[in-house]
Design a binder for this molecule. Structure first.
Ligand code: F6R
Length: 263
């Protein structure tokens, strides 16, 4: 696991954007795994600006989102379909037919989750998956106790996730308690993982992810099993890491090496 600690969310988002830009430049037909939530917003803004500057194009790329609320129509203001359209897809040149998000309104969630998995395989798998992390260590909507080999399926949201996301729902809106989410096994199949976390509210989850035991109690700790996982965090999210100095040292060495290799 490569841990990159940057002074603030702004710089961390720029660093994350560089990773996506490199990916899309190296392989314009890249399959991107995308997340919603507040964490990737600055990353999406930077990618939008970068495309406007003519540095990258998403015209040949495709995408798969991690999750969606079960029961919400794509037009629902709090749906992740709407979030992605408003915060990213509408502003870039991606072909909407090549964007995929689990269907919240489905008669048969089981077959629709299986179809989602099949579609990812048909596209050749995810090249780079962006992840946020919940305060409880969830990735996607894989709450603590999720199977580390789980696939796309229906998951019940934990009380802490429902609390965290309540801010997005109005007093007269019903907040869903179920979701459709890629499983941890699905996420681990991605060729590269980039997890972002900002703020001291994420410090415990990051400590458990990076330095805790591999455990379903912290679903993100499954990243320890991945051969190409990059954790990009700001100083606040890194504040509880015991080996902070070491990660900073390793990253300085990495940067020297990458420069020597011209990468
Ligand atoms: C959203 C998702 C979630 C969020 C996590 C953090 O698609 O997969 O795991 O990444 O809940 O949310 P924020 O970024 O709002 O703190």
């Amino acid at each position: 696991m490569r841990v990159v600690i940057l002074p603030n969310a702004e710089q961390a988002s720029l660093f994350a954007a560089e990773q996506v830009k490199k990916q899309i430049t190296r392989k314009p037909t890249s399959v991107l795994g995308l997340a919603t939530g507040s964490t990737p917003l600055k990353l999406y803004k930077e990618l939008i600006e970068s495309q406007k500057r003519g540095e990258i194009s998403f015209a040949d790329a495709s995408s798969f989102n991690l999750d969606e609320y079960l029961g919400l129509a794509p037009e629902h203001p709090q749906s992740y379909h709407r979030f992605m359209r408003e915060n990213f897809f509408e502003h870039i040149d991606i072909d909407l037919n090549n964007t995929h998000i689990p269907q919240g309104l489905t008669d048969n969630p089981i077959t629709s989750c299986e179809a989602y998995e099949a579609k990812i395989l048909e596209k050749g798998g995810i090249d780079l998956q962006i992840l946020g992390i919940g305060r409880n260590g969830h990735i996607g909507f894989n709450e603590p106790s999720s199977g580390l080999a789980s696939r796309t399926r229906v998951k019940t949201l934990s009380p802490s996730t429902i609390d965290d996301n309540a801010r997005f729902f109005g007093p007269d809106e019903t907040q869903p308690t179920l979701s459709l989410t890629m499983g941890i096994g699905t996420i681990l199949d991605s060729k590269k993982l980039v997890l972002l976390a900002y703020g001291d509210g994420k410090a415990d989850a990051i400590k458990d992810t990076v330095e805790g035991p591999l455990s379903a109690s912290c679903p993100a700790s499954a990243l320890q099993m991945h051969k190409d996982a990059l954790v990009i965090i700001d100083e606040s999210a890194a504040s509880k890491l015991e080996h902070q100095e070491f990660y900073l040292h390793v990253e300085r060495e990495n940067q020297k090496l990458l420069k020597t290799l011209g990468l």
